[in-house]
Write a protein that binds this ligand. Structure first.
Ligand code: PLP
Length: 414
């Protein structure tokens, strides 16, 4: 069967991660899995926390009658209430169960929100570098993505650039903090500035603009940093998120959307979103997972382990001369490509059996992404390959002598 030409084009231009994965499979066959350093996928290497298995065990041994049936399209009241409670704590606002819809992951939640708000041709601003699926999700619902760069040195929001991009067709703005692929967290001042710009533009054009805060990494933060609540700063805002990363459950497809209780006509929005969740074919989020996550809203995977991996890579690679922003959250690094052509650099890395995704895949040529939700041993084993790669690129890091000494010390200690 012929594939629609639009889809064929999307496949051609968007399959970086998949392509690298397939090439990695070939390398693994040739050199053995332990000799290939695969940093391509944002698929957590850790298992869910013990509390998840305890709740799972309880439910399996003491099932609730009818627990596998259809339910309200928005999800179980009890789960929605548990989510509302935690969002209320974070924002200080009266978030209620009826502001929450349980969804099939953050991806499902994004699609529900976009379907709910977009008319054909409406524009949605996405900030570069961006999670590549945003463009496709916007297209799914007849919208048009508009790319606006973040600050190229810090990857922080460029609120003035967003202001300039807003026009009479703008219906949404998607932000992601902590960010995939850069790992930066947007501070409260940026969100406040964004809120003020959006409110002024809503007034100017006489139409509402929905700020969609995509937050699947919100609990994966380092050095005591926190993600400020978007609800405090932007009135017409929606949180979309999931437990794919914080409870390491990406295959279970459990997430939610929550509307700011201060949103204009919030009940109307929720009615639309519940309908969208149904007719997109999700019907409802997985029943069993809803029961489990209702009890796990204060639980998260071991953040310290991710922080150690960040430090290992950040310290190691900057010592070798790679330049990057030190991330405050998520599990990605987004260094500058030492070669002007990031695709060529990624090909060069492949020769050293290091698998990466070029920045081009995130709308940001000149950079590359490292996903460090991988085994720590693999990161340690990869360091020799990184060093050889840095040499081939002609990098000479400021801390290179120090790094060499550290490595010699590690080798001596065995
Ligand atoms: N948003 C961002 C920024 C992501 O990185 C991901 C997954 O990697 C998603 C959304 C989709 O997450 P989910 O698995 O919950 O659908």
């Amino acid at each position: 069967m012929a594939v629609a030409s639009k889809i064929a084009g999307f496949i051609l231009n968007s399959s970086w991660i998949r392509r690298m994965f397939e090439e990695g499979e070939a390398l693994r066959k040739e050199f053995g899995a332990e000799n290939v350093y695969d940093f391509t996928l944002g698929n957590p290497d850790v298992d869910p926390p013990a509390e998840f298995y305890e709740e799972f065990h309880k439910l399996a041994h003491d099932p609730i009658q009818g627990m596998h049936r259809y339910m309200s399209n928005a999800g179980y009241q009890e789960t929605r209430g548990a989510v509302a409670h935690i969002l209320g704590e974070a924002s200080g606002l009266p978030v209620q169960a009826n502001h929450v819809i349980m969804t099939c992951g953050a991806g499902g939640a994004l699609n529900v929100v976009l379907k709910t708000i977009l008319n054909p041709g409406d524009q949605v601003i996405i900030v570069t570098p961006y999670f590549v699926e945003y463009k496709f999700y916007i297209d799914n619902h007849g919208g048009v993505p508009v790319e606006v760069w973040t600050d190229r040195e810090t990857f922080q929001l460029d609120v003035d650039a967003i202001k300039d991009a807003i026009n009479e067709r703008t219906k949404g703005i998607i932000i992601c903090s902590p960010n995939n692929p850069t790992g930066v967290i947007y501070p409260a001042e940026s969100l406040q500035a964004l809120g003020e710009v959006v409110a002024a533009k809503e007034q100017e054009y006489g139409r509402q603009i929905c700020v969609i805060s995509d937050e699947p990494y919100a609990r994966i933060t380092y050095d005591g940093k926190q993600v400020p609540s978007i609800f405090k700063y932007v009135k017409n805002s929606v949180v979309v998120t999931s437990h794919s990363k914080d409870l390491a459950l990406p295959g279970e497809r459990i997430g939610y959307l929550a509307a700011n209780p201060r949103m204009n006509r919030v009940d109307h929005f929720m009615e639309g979103a519940i309908f969208a969740n149904r007719v997109l074919g999700f019907v409802n989020a997985p029943a069993l997972m809803q029961r489990l996550v209702a009890c796990l809203q204060h639980i998260c995977v071991d953040i310290q382990a991710y922080q150690e991996k960040r430090d290992l890579l950040y310290n190691g690679l900057t010592s070798l001369g790679f330049e990057m922003v030190r991330p405050d959250g998520a599990f990605y690094l987004f260094p500058k490509s030492p070669l002007a052509d990031d695709v060529e650099f990624v090909r060069m890395a492949q020769k050293h059996r290091i698998l990466l995704v070029p920045g081009t895949g995130f709308g940001a040529p000149g950079y590359f992404r490292i996903a460090y939700c991988v085994d720590k041993g693999m990161i340690e084993r990869s360091m020799g390959a990184w060093e050889a790669l840095a040499k081939e690129c002609g990098l000479e890091g400021p801390r290179k002598a120090e790094w060499d000494a550290e490595q010699a010390d590690v080798a001596e200690r065995g």
